[in-house]
Design a protein around this ligand. Structure first.
Ligand code: SF4
Ligand code: SF4
Length: 351
């Protein structure tokens, strides 16, 4: 019912899906975590979107690719998150992009040339992205635009990190990906979100909202306002503003449904990730901090908590520049090699 209400001001799902169309739901599969950890899209949202797709005559399928490089990890994430069961119960095909693979397309973007995108994304009639509202150590917010990282199968995600270690460039690259194969609709799971050191190791936050838009950039800008995060710090939104793609400023966005002030008032401001501490300083003034961010923002490099490390090598396999070695059953980061992409932080849950 909540999803129906959320989509009503946009004309309902029938404005996006015609009878007989194949509809792919692109879920957030950050890591193999249960629904209560608020890491992946909640299976209840996946189930609800599948049902609405059927109601309007479409055929739903659910797909994604987890952080990390193996199809096995994506399968684990599909299972642990409850998404596999929810989609199967609704009769939706579940697509592991890492098993299916992708196809090269010209991105037509500012930074990227060719892009290798999961075949289901290119072959569906309608693409609906289902991001989860979370903070992110590298990109501050993981919303509709960042969720598009999941259209890259397997090791292609790590490759993007290796090519663009600077958050600004990474934001531009993500925007290229988003515009190369844009979703028709973004439906954000903001029932529960995550703040602090997201996208997998932060704190679960009860937000109690659902948000949707045909325009992912605008949706992310609005979600920043709801969470009390400064959109100026989000590299994808900064890139969108610079290039004039989408609407990244609240002034140009009409918010339907619950007024923005009321939605924002429901949740106390999200805590920034450790890597964005500068954003929460009271000095220098905001314009000075923004200048510093543009010039010097480099995420902190992670360290291994050796005592906690269980030695299952997920970080070792995921590091795009091979900065991690395994010494016996413990991971070790070669700090000089580390490009601070935080891929290891994202995949490590003490295994
Ligand atoms: S050690 Fe971690 S943060 Fe550093 S490059 Fe490897 S994956 Fe990225
Ligand atoms: S992912 Fe975490 S627990 Fe696993 S080897 Fe790396 S640091 Fe250790």
């Amino acid at each position: 019912m909540a999803l129906r209400q959320c989509l009503e001001p946009l004309g309902g799902l029938q404005s996006f899906v015609r009878p007989g169309q194949r509809v792919l739901l692109q879920v957030n599969l950050a890591s193999p975590s249960p629904p209560e950890d608020a890491v992946c899209t909640h299976p209840a949202i996946v189930r609800a979107v599948c049902r609405l797709v059927r109601e309007v005559g479409g055929t739903p399928a659910v797909g994604g690719s987890a952080a990390g490089v193996t199809a096995h990890r994506t399968q684990q994430a599909l299972k642990a998150s409850g998404i596999l069961d929810a989609a199967t119960a609704e009769g939706a095909e579940v697509l592991n992009y890492d098993e299916i693979g992708g196809r090269d397309i010209d991105s037509g973007g500012a930074l990227l040339g060719k892009l290798h995108i999961a075949r289901p994304v290119l072959e569906t009639d309608v693409l609906i992205t289902l991001p989860k509202m979370k903070t992110h150590g590298l990109t501050l917010l993981t919303g509709a635009v960042k969720n598009h990282m999941g259209v890259l199968p397997g090791a292609r995600k790590s490759e993007l990190h290796r090519l663009f270690p600077d958050p600004k460039d990474f934001g531009e690259a993500l925007l290229d990906m988003y515009t190369a194969a844009p979703p028709h609709l973004a439906t954000m799971d903001t029932v529960q979100g995550m703040d602090g050191d997201g996208p997998a190791g932060g704190r679960v936050r009860d937000v109690g909202l659902l948000a949707a838009s045909a325009y992912g950039v605008a949706l992310d800008a609005v979600m920043c306002a709801v969470a009390g995060l400064d959109a100026e710090w989000v590299p994808t939104l900064a890139a969108a503003r610079k290039r004039g793609i989408g609407v990244a400023s609240l002034e140009g966005i009409e918010v339907l449904g619950i007024p923005l002030e009321e939605a924002g008032g429901r949740v106390s401001p999200f805590v920034y990730p450790t890597t964005y501490r500068l954003a929460t300083n009271s000095w220098p003034p905001i314009w000075g901090r923004r200048l510093l961010l543009r010039q010097f923002n480099r995420p902190a490099k992670p360290i291994i908590l050796t005592r906690e490390c269980t030695g299952w090598r997920t970080c070792f396999e995921s590091c795009p520049v091979k900065a991690i070695t395994m010494v016996g059953k413990k991971a070790l980061i070669e700090q000089k090699e580390c490009i601070a992409c935080l891929c290891c932080h994202e995949v490590c849950r003490w295994d």
